[in-house]
Design a binder for this molecule. Structure first.
Ligand code: C2E
Ligand code: CA
Ligand code: CA
Ligand code: CA
Length: 279
């Protein structure tokens, strides 16, 4: 039995080494991914649940690796965060999103908002300057077409610097959304302290709410409380009609998920919006 344990341990460390090597390679490849045009911004519709209308989009980063094919951001975003590359990638995603948001708004005749993910590491990297706001100003763009998605964890220790940055964004017209709500340890109290406009219910709740009365109760309570605090609610990971119906019955405002559309390249997104493609 003792031997068994040792063997298992050996196997474990060897596979960890492999994993580390793999990570190192990805980290190395990621350095040049942007220059080599392997990075793309995809867009996923956010739908008004009552009407089925696409009213917003979330920008999601995509990396097409020359040998490995599409690599999930769940895999490479953490690598980008720990190596500092998140700043370059995140800034690029923002510029890409701002350009699309401006073009699509003009085509549609009303402000079409695009949500951009911003990880805590980006708040730290931009401690003194704010390249996103500089970019908007340079291009003469309004912030009204941008929503920043921050994770719930960021709410837990809002440093004065982060608060300062969020205030500057809001002053420029940018709205703020809390991502993956319900998965962390923050509470509604934090939503009140920071000015937040949207709450995104994590897809784990949406997945469970149909079969699990407890999850459904949590979702319903989150929606009621968010509304009382003046926030709009987006449900993530909506995959079935039943989930959609239940969310509508619970008073949820918006939905996002494969039921409506997966994230798609800009040209396909323009098809979904029925507008003329720019490219
Ligand atoms: P997230 O912000 O929670 O994004 C939602 C994820 O759910 C996306 O995964 C999306 O493709 C996926 N999704 C959408 N609808 C459905 C559905 O109906 N069912 C299921 N099962 N999944 C659905 P994706 O694109 O793989 O991104 C994973 C995570 O990577 C994101 O989670 C976000 O945390 C991060 N990420 C993606 N793009 C960026 C970025 O530009 N910057 C930063 N900082 N993080 C990003
Ligand atoms: Ca998000
Ligand atoms: Ca999310
Ligand atoms: Ca997430």
């Amino acid at each position: 039995a003792k031997d068994d344990g040792r063997n298992r341990f050996c196997y474990f460390t060897r596979s960890m080494q492999l994993q580390a090597q793999e990570r190192l390679k990805l980290r190395h490849d990621l350095y040049n991914a942007l220059e080599q045009q392997q990075i793309q911004a995809y867009f996923q519709p956010i739908v008004e649940l009552n009407t089925g209308r696409i009213i917003k989009a979330e920008a999601l980063i995509r990396w097409r690796h020359p040998e490995k094919g599409m690599i999930s951001p769940a895999l490479f975003i953490p690598i980008a965060e720990e190596s500092g590359m998140i700043k370059k990638l995140g800034d690029w995603m923002f510029y890409e999103s701002a350009i699309r948001a401006q073009y699509w708004s003009r085509q549609l005749g009303y402000p079409f908002q695009i949500s951009v993910n911003r990880s805590p590491a980006q708040f730290i990297a931009d401690d003194k300057d704010s390249p996103w706001l500089d970019y908007l100003q340079q291009k003469g763009m309004s912030g009204r077409c941008i929503v920043i998605e921050i994770t719930e964890g960021l709410l837990l220790n809002v440093s004065p610097r982060i608060k300062q940055q969020l205030d500057a964004y809001r002053q420029a017209g940018i709205q703020v959304s809390i991502d993956d709500f319900g998965t962390g340890y923050s509470s509604m109290a934090y939503l009140q302290k920071l000015q937040v406009d949207y709450l995104k219910i994590d897809q784990s709740f949406v997945r469970e709410m149909v079969d699990n009365a407890g999850s459904r109760a949590i979702v319903e309570a989150m929606i009621v409380m968010a509304h009382k605090l003046g926030l709009k609610v987006v449900a993530e990971g909506v995959e079935t009609l039943e989930q959609k119906r239940m969310l509508i019955a619970s008073g949820c405002d918006y939905g996002q998920g494969y039921l409506f559309s997966p994230p798609v390249p800009p040209i396909e997104f323009e098809r979904l919006l029925h507008i003329k493609s720019r490219l």
